[in-house]
Each structure stands twice: as structure tokens, then as C-alpha cells.
Design a protein around this ligand. Structure first.
Ligand code: ZN
Length: 581
């Protein structure tokens, strides 16, 4: 031991002389190697983040390999030392550098080596271990040794020095509660558990695994997205929805032009895609165009294509959406916004089945099924002279009215469940569904933005609800001034109105007190529905989730038996123009 100490003392000076701080260039040199003076605390923070993000085992591997690389560099320096030094003197470079670099105070206790014979044994005492100290600081006492970077260094240094794999193990470690760390090193073959230790030296391609997983996620997400376009997404059991969907299915077999009507957000594009997917054209393109989103002056070139030089700026010939949809389906949303000149061209395409690009004399045959959609009243636009009547009649030949969500309340639970499944998958979140209160709020909210609004609300709920819980009312609705979802309640005039829960409570109280009878409540519901539907009994029935014969029967029963003279005769509801259409 005295011999080891004296070896250390004589060589240390020479190593210190090889460290140069170049303040001018901002470089620190250890002989020929650039070094860094890094804050131990920052290094420890990186170590902690590696552990927290990758887990102990993976972090241990990374840190061990980092130390190994450092040890190998220092072994290069050992070789540059005086050629007349003994194996032992040369070997001492490692422990001395480890100490000089501020990692740990390394004191060899016993070293036996013969570079020619390849034999090696070392026991080294480690004091003030940087790694052991910070590991305990962040994670407390550990059951196993924790000086991974340092063990990596010792292995890297000695293996490079000896020219054969030398494995070190910590037999004591401050991270485990010992006063200092103690390491033993010998050739890898002499360890019984070598394989267990050596795995930390082999880099595993975590990047490849991550990319692999990422690809799988993208595929899963896109397949979830694709389902959006498929008919399964068109979900509903309500009579209003079924009627519309049956019409759609019947149109799928033919090439008839279809006009989809409905409020914003009712799912017109989903309907159009569904028509395409269930038709013989499903293998060909589905091209969707929102006429309101294209600047008026560009609509024609977008739809019908353009020949080079047709107008300033037309530097290249390019096909329009009609050509791109050839063989498939072209969906024109917001068709009421189409400029009149484009309307004339569209009519000609529908009649002749051919198009002319802008600035081109040549006609091209195209085979496209057109699906148009609007939330405007085209008839009104015709009257105002903003929409060509001949095009209107052409489009109107097969009209499908998609009911707003408030008229198909029975579908809300199905749709909400569907969107919940989709968005929990997209956001990778596990939720247990909706609270009862949230379910009631979904049913009572009027959904002016229709299905799109419902989908947005559910997505919002998925994002805001903590994992493992249920979505609550406050997760679904951005701002509800009364802090309660709106409900049907008794309004000021005594009629039913969209109101808050409290009013609904008043209504229940009124029934319990005998101030109102059940028949009166039913009559109010029926009349409100008929009013809202402007006398259209089928539509009123849809709002209430019952059939037309059921509503007719109930109205007759309520009014037929009582002497309410100012109630119009039941028959008058049937004579509205919309009903007979
Ligand atoms: Zn240790």
C-alpha cells in the first residue's frame, strides 16, 4: 500500500500540468482532449431526467456508457506518459484523472496487473462520489450501487489500458448508505454474473423502438380518422335520421345528383362520403370543395381547370376538381355561394357530362357523381335572383333533408359514446364515460352547432376530465352562466321554454302541488313541439322522439275530450305545405 501511495504522489504533478484553461478561446484542455467544467448540479439534473423519463435500467445503461467513453479517452492519455514508467505507474493515471476531474477521490487499495500476461485485479476506494451523493439527494437510499457513470469510467479506462475487457463492480456504495464506495475490478471472464453487468455496455436502439411505436400510433390514429369517413360513422336510431339515411342508401345505387340540406354541423360531408363509400364509385376519388371557401374569381378555375395562358398568372395548365374526381364523387358544399357564371358552367357539365378548362377550346368527357349541399334556402335564393332556377331544379331532383341534432335527441347518447371512444383513443386517455348529470346536460342542451358542436364538446370533455374519472358537465360546456345546463322548464308565459334546471324543478313542484296536471304538461310539450315545427306534425313528432301517428293520437286525445275552443282543429296541422310535400 505504501508503494501505491508513493506512485500516486510522484505522477500527480505531471497530470495537473497537462490541464490548461484558455480563457481567451473559452476552452479547457486536458492534454489534447477538450474538457468541460460543468456544474455538478446541472449534470445531476440531467441524470435525474434520464431516470425519470427512461426508467432506472435504461438510464443506468446510458450513464454507464457515457462514463465508459470518458474512461477510454483517459486511457489514451495514460499511454502518453513516460515510456520508462512501470505498468503500475502508467495505470495510476486513471484513478488520478478521475480524482482530478472532480468525479470521485479514487485511492487504489490493491492493484495487481501484468499487461503482457493480461492478468488484472484491483480494489479501489472511492470517496466523495459525485454520483452517489446526488442519487441519494434525489431518490434517497438505494438497494443497489448507484455510481453508474463512475463504474463505466473504471471499466472503460482499464479495458482500454489492458487491451481486454475488465469489469468493475461496486461492493460498497454511498448511495446504499455506506461511508464510501469500494470497487473491485477483474477480467470479465472471472465474474459469475458478467452477462448481467455487461448488458449495460451495449447500446440498445431506443430511438428505433420509439420510431416504431410512433409509426404504429400514426397508423392507429389515421385508421381512427378513416373510420370518420366510413358509413359506420353515420350513427342514429331516431326516425328523422333513419328517414334521411334510407333516402341516401337508395340513391347510392344510381348516379343521380343529390342535394343535401341541413343546418351547419349536421354532418353533410359525412353523409356525402357515406354515399360515395356505399356506391360503385368507392374505389375512385371523393373530392370535397367548399364553394364558400374559394375566392369568387378563382372558383371556375378551381372547379373546371385552367389552360396555360388563360389569364395572367395561369403559368401552367392544371386540372380542376371535376377532372380530379373523374370516376368518383364531387361534393360541393355551400353551393348557394357559387357565383352565377360558375352556376351556368356547372349546369352545362351536369347536362352534357363534359367540361372545358378555362382558356381551352377542347371539351373533356368526365364521369362524376355530384353531391351538392347547402344550409341556405335555395328557393329563396332563386327568388332573389342569386341562384339559377334551372340549376336549382336540376339539383332538387333528389333532395335529402338532414335533421338538426335537437330533432334527433335519441341519437345523442350513441353519438356521444362514439365521439368519446374516438377522442379517448386519439388522446390516449382512459375515461369511465359521462356522469349522470353530464348525460342529462347532453340531452337537454339545444345544440345550435349540431353534431360538430357535440363532437367538440365531447373532445373538450376528454381533454379536461382527469384520467380514470367520468366526464362532468363543467368539462363539456365552456360557459354556462347559471352553472347548470339549460333544460326545458316552465317559461314566464306559462309555455315550455328552454330554461334552466331550477325552472324544471319548479315544473315538477307544480305537478306535485297539484297546480298542474300531467295532461297539461303533456299538452304544453306537444303544443310547443308543434309550434316549433310550424305545424309540421312529422317534424314535431321527431322533436319529441315519437312517431307521427303517436303525436296525432295524443293531440286528439288531449283536445278531443276537452272544450278548448281556441285550439285549432287537429286537421289543420296536416294541411301545411311542407307536410304535403
Ligand atoms: Zn457508489
Amino acid at each position: 500500500m505504501t508503494k501505491l501511495r508513493s506512485v500516486g504522489r510522484t505522477t500527480n504533478e505531471d497530470l495537473r500540468a497537462r490541464v490548461h484553461f484558455c480563457a481567451d478561446t473559452g476552452q479547457i484542455w486536458l492534454h489534447e482532449h477538450r474538457m468541460l467544467l460543468v456544474h455538478a448540479e446541472a449534470q445531476a439534473a440531467l441524470r435525474k431526467e434520464l431516470i425519470d423519463t427512461l426508467g432506472m435500467d435504461r438510464a443506468r445503461g446510458l450513464l454507464t456508457r457515457m462514463g465508459y467513453a470518458s474512461g477510454v479517452r483517459d486511457a489514451e492519455l495514460a499511454r502518453t506518459r513516460a515510456e520508462d514508467s512501470t505498468d503500475l505507474e502508467a495505470f495510476m493515471t486513471g484513478p488520478q484523472l478521475h480524482t482530478l476531474e472532480g468525479i470521485v477521490r479514487a485511492t487504489p487499495v490493491k492493484v495487481e496487473l501484468d499487461r503482457h500476461a493480461g492478468t488484472f485485479y484491483a480494489e479501489i476506494l472511492w470517496e466523495h462520489s459525485w454520483e452517489g451523493q446526488w442519487h441519494r439527494h434525489h431518490y434517497g437510499m438505494h438497494s443497489e450501487p448507484v455510481c453508474w457513470t463512475q463504474i463505466g469510467y473504471a471499466c472503460g479506462y482499464t479495458s482500454a489500458f489492458m487491451g481486454r475487457t475488465i469489469l468493475y463492480k461496486e461492493v460498497e456504495c454511498t448511495g446504499m448508505g455506506h461511508n464510501s464506495c469500494r470497487i473491485i475490478g477483474k477480467p470479465v471472464e472471472e465474474w459469475d454474473d458478467a452477462a448481467e453487468q455487461m448488458r449495460y455496455f451495449n447500446s440498445e436502439s431506443i430511438a428505433e423502438q420509439l420510431i416504431d411505436l410512433q409509426t404504429q400510433v400514426v397508423q392507429l390514429r389515421s385508421s381512427i380518422g378513416d373510420r370518420d369517413q366510413l358509413p359506420e360513422d353515420v350513427t342514429g336510431i331516431s326516425p328523422g335520421f333513419r328517414a334521411a339515411y334510407d333516402l341516401l342508401k337508395q340513391a347510392a345505387g344510381s348516379n343521380i345528383t343529390v342535394l343535401l340540406q341541413g343546418e351547419t354541423g349536421v354532418g353533410k360531408e359525412v353523409f356525402a362520403r357515406s354515399l360515395h363509400e356505399t356506391s360503385a364509385r368507392r374505389e375512385k376519388p371523393f373530392v370535397a370543395v367548399n364553394c364558400a371557401a374559394i375566392p369568387q374569381e378563382l372558383v371556375e378555375s378551381e372547379l373546371f381547370g385552367v389552360e396555360k395562358g388563360a389569364f395572367t398568372g395561369a403559368l401552367m395548365s392544371r386540372p380542376g376538381r371535376f377532372e380530379r374526381a373523374d370516376g368518383g364523387t364531387l361534393f360541393l358544399d355551400e353551393i348557394g355561394d357559387l357565383p352565377t357564371s360558375a352556376q351556368a358552367k356547372l349546369l352545362r357539365v351536369l347536362q352534357e357530362g363534359e367540361i372545358e378548362r378555362l382558356g381551352d377550346q377542347k371539351t373533356r368527357k368526365i364521369n362524376v357523381r355530384l353531391v351538392a349541399a347547402t344550409n341556405a334556402n335555395l328557393q329563396d335564393l332563386v327568388k332573389e335572383g342569386r341562384f339559377r332556377s334551372d340549376l336549382y331544379y336540376r339539383l332538387n331532383a333528389y333532395q335529402i333533408l338532414i335533421p338538426p341534432l335537437r330533432e334527433r335527441k335519441q341519437d345523442i347518447p350513441l353519438l356521444a359514446k362514439h365521439f368519446l371512444a374516438r377522442h379517448t383513443a386519439i388522446h390516449g386517455k382512459k375515461l369511465r364515460g359521462f356522469t349522470d348529470k353530464a348525460k342529462r346536460a347532453l340531452l337537454s342542451y339545444p345544440w345550435p352547432g349540431n353534431i360538430r358542436e357535440l363532437q367538440n364538446a365531447v373532445e373538450r370533455g376528454v381533454i379536461l376530465a382527469p384520467g380514470g374519472t367520468r366526464i362532468e358537465v363543467s368539462h363539456l360546456f365552456m360557459s354556462c352562466s347559471e352553472e347548470q345546463p339549460p333544460e326545458f322548464g316552465l317559461g314566464n308565459g306559462g309555455g315550455l321554454d328552454v330554461n334552466c334546471w331550477e325552472t324544471g324543478k319548479d315544473l315538477r313542484e307544480a305537478v306535485f302541488n297539484g297546480a298542474l296536471t300531467l295532461d297539461q304538461v303533456e299538452a304544453m310539450l306537444l303544443e310547443t313541439a308543434v309550434d316549433k315545427a310550424r305545424g309540421n306534425l312529422s317534424s314535431a313528432a321527431r322533436m319529441l322522439g315519437i312517431t307521427r301517428p303517436q303525436i296525432a293520437y295524443r293531440l286528439k286525445r288531449l283536445h278531443g275530450g276537452t272544450e278548448v275552443s281556441d285550439t285549432p282543429p287537429i286537421g289543420s296541422f296536416d294541411k301545411t305545405p311542407t307536410e304535403s310535400a
